[in-house]
Design a protein. Structure first.
Length: 436
């Protein structure tokens, strides 16, 4: 039987990194003695117990993520949540914690395209390296975890935690394949649809478990704070890209519920300062008109995003165009590789040349019947120069149906807690009149 459980924190005393069962392709260094790690997942492989560890629970570029046989590790189980140091952000600046729609917005001088912005060829190579070197053993592991959960073979899960991490991991595989295909000029939207379907499903399950954990353990000293606002926001944007309006609306409210009920990864929220993701969520809130989040100052300190929030509904596409060009330039400067304590909005190869925030805004304008600006910028090179035609959403596959069946059996209130009505109430929203 495993000694560790999902959500535990440990301090490594002795670890043989070369014996890792799996290592993440984004790791910036190897695991070492003294590292503090979060137990993301625990599962069995025959008689052996495997633990998936994340060093310093952050989204995006990681210090390291790796899986080990538990018996190979020497560690100290931490009773209290570790006091991680505050991490400096690459950007500075103070902004208002309130929206400033009535402020006169002045377009700042653009720095132009970052000369170090990775080429499409370089991004494709990084994505293909990832898919070639890691997915051969990554997908079998995720499939095994889902199969064990659905068949109730997860003997290390006595409280019936709903499986969701494996769906996130599978979604990221389809996501990487989709963007590589897009930049190779090949058919890519079906892969993006698969990615979005897995990710939307995963974050729905994840939010449910955060809510359920709070009900099961109301006096827990630390609570559960593992919801990825970054990942869920990208899933919402993919839904919009694919023309899945209702799925994007649901996900947008879900994220706001996770934010306002403080289910999010605290270190990521406080230290990484993902301004582009905050921008997309602010844009969603402006669209809906009945939901909001009181962001830290960093979410309001970028004049380009503030200007786009103020002007995105205007009928004159030409007046919006300079702001969009500036946002495209900003994207290129935010597409650098991340380091341990330096974070960028688009620092992963998937996002480096994907205008996810621009397409999100353009799809909103399309929903309102507004003119589409023609953006002459290399970030918007084909196939991103045109909004995709709305794509069909895949039907739930056998794995998803099995996961839903067990979740509903274990937790009879599952569907009620996941209803849009409940999610909107948890987000602090009310009646919605602004969906076109």
């Amino acid at each position: 039987m495993p000694k560790l459980s999902q959500g535990d924190f440990i301090r490594l005393i002795d670890v043989d990194y070369s014996a890792a069962v799996y290592t993440d392709w984004l790791n910036s260094r190897e695991a070492g003695s003294g590292d503090i790690a979060l137990v993301e997942e625990v599962f069995t492989e025959g008689p052996l117990c495997v633990v998936c560890l994340l060093c310093e629970p952050r989204e995006g570029f990681l210090e390291w993520r790796a899986s080990f046989h538990e018996a190979q590790l020497t560690y100290e189980l931490l009773v209290d949540r570790p006091p991680y140091p505050q991490l400096p952000n690459k950007e500075s600046g103070k902004g208002s914690s309130e929206e400033t729609k009535e402020t006169q917005h002045t377009l700042p001088e653009s720095p132009g395209i970052d000369p170090s912005w990775p080429t499409r060829k370089a991004v494709i190579q990084r994505l293909r390296d990832h898919l070639r070197d890691h997915l051969s053993d990554h997908f079998p592991r995720t499939n095994l975890a889902i199969t064990q959960y659905n068949a109730r073979l997860d003997t290390d899960n006595p409280v019936n935690v709903v499986e969701n991490i494996s769906y996130v991991q599978a979604g990221h595989g389809f996501e990487a394949e989709a963007i590589a295909l897009a930049m190779e000029g090949k058919s890519w939207l079906s892969n993006l649809a698969q990615a979005a379907d897995y990710l939307l499903f995963a974050y729905k399950l994840d939010f449910f478990w955060h809510e359920n954990f709070r009900k099961l353990y109301p006096d827990h000293p630390h609570g559960l704070h593992l919801f990825s606002v970054k990942g869920a926001t990208e899933a919402m944007a993919y839904a919009m890209m694919l023309g899945w309006k209702h799925e994007a609306v649901y996900c947008g409210y879900l994220i706001h519920a996770a934010l306002n009920r403080q289910h999010y990864l605290i270190l990521s929220y406080e230290n990484e300062h993902r301004r582009a993701h905050a921008f997309m969520l602010r844009l969603f809130a402006d669209w809906m008109g009945d939901v909001s989040h009181h962001w830290p100052p960093y979410a309001y300190d970028d004049p380009i995003y503030n200007g786009l929030i103020a002007h995105w509904r205007k009928a004159d596409a030409a007046a919006l165009l300079p702001w969009l060009i500036a946002a495209c330039d900003r994207h290129t400067h935010q597409a650098r590789r991340e380091k341990t304590r330096t974070f960028y909005d688009f620092g992963t190869p998937v996002l480096a040349r994907l205008p996810i925030e621009i397409v999100f805004l353009l799809r909103l304008r399309k929903l309102f019947g507004l003119d589409m600006p023609v953006i002459d910028h290399p970030l918007m090179a084909a196939p991103f120069d045109q909004l995709p035609e709305p794509q069909p959403q895949p039907e739930p596959n056998e794995q998803m149906q099995g996961t839903l069946a067990r979740a509903r059996e274990d937790w009879p209130m599952f569907d009620r807690m996941n209803s849009l009505e409940t999610i909107k109430a948890l987000a602090g929203s009310g009646r919605n009149d602004k969906v076109p």
